[in-house]
Write a protein that binds this ligand. Structure first.
Ligand code: PMT
Length: 220
């Protein structure tokens, strides 16, 4: 059995994509499979944490001995997170949340017509930023999915969103990151940077949570 480094700690993790409706039968989403977030949830559980997983629509089975709240849209995910966030010690935002949603979702199926179809999108709430802005904020780990200038953009998110830690991944290659069973991460805090080279998402989850535990313990 692994060392129970998170015994007595509550960890909430978001995972998977969100799905934003275009009309009653259509939606927009992204390539997130939920594998990275689910791996983190299982490893955190095995390290003794009481885990709440807030998951967008994925094709994975809910892990055993983890509270799994299934959501669809970014707004649903925010509502689910906020319902329980004040009890959490640690928040990990691994979900690929849609930044935009349709400004007005038609109540009926949109009919085929000639010419161009124009849609207007408005911003979704930023779940991670909302959590990190709380008065009594949990330790927050964000992710950054980038296709270029990975470290610079990640550092920007760490500061702008007031995070304790950020795990950046390059999502420009198809054999790592989105949907793949493997990933590679650059983990950044105010004072440290650690490269975690390509490995299975399970192995990376273990390494990332070990780094998080060190940083979290230093803060206490
Ligand atoms: O699910 P997999 O197929 O296993 O793939 C894993 C992954 C590539 C999705 C994962 O490792 C990852 O990078 N997740 C974050 C994806 C993302 O949306 O990154 P971002 O750089 O757009 O967002 C930055 C951070 O803000 C993220 O922690 C995100 O969860 C959070 N966010 C973003 C927008 C929003 N409205 N609310 C948020 O909470």
């Amino acid at each position: 059995a692994s060392e129970q480094i998170f015994a007595g700690k509550k960890i909430m993790i978001t995972a998977g994509p969100t799905r934003e409706a275009l009309d009653p039968v259509r939606y927009v989403t992204n390539h997130s499979s939920g594998k990275m977030g689910y791996a983190l949830a299982e490893v955190a559980r095995d390290l003794g944490a009481e885990v709440t997983l807030v998951s967008g629509p994925v094709n994975l089975n809910p892990p055993k001995n983890i509270v799994c709240n299934q959501v669809v849209s970014a707004q649903d995910m925010l509502d689910s997170v906020m319902r329980d966030i004040t009890h959490q010690d640690i928040f990990i935002a691994c979900a690929a949340v849609a930044d935009f949603r349709l400004a007005e979702v038609p109540t009926h199926k949109v009919k085929k017509k000639e010419g161009l179809l124009t849609l207007s999108f408005e911003q979704n709430p930023d779940i991670l930023k909302t959590v990190a802005a709380l008065n009594k904020k949990p330790f927050t780990l964000g992710f950054a999915a980038e296709t270029n200038d990975v470290e610079a953009y990640a550092r920007g998110k760490l500061e702008r969103k007031n995070l304790d830690m950020i795990a950046a991944n390059d999502v420009s290659s198809t054999d790592l990151g989105f949907n793949s069973d493997r990933n590679a991460l650059t983990v950044i805090t105010k004072h440290n940077k650690t490269d975690l080279p390509p490995a299975s998402k399970k192995a990376l989850a273990k390494e990332l949570l070990t780094l998080l535990h060190i940083e979290y313990s230093n803060q206490k």
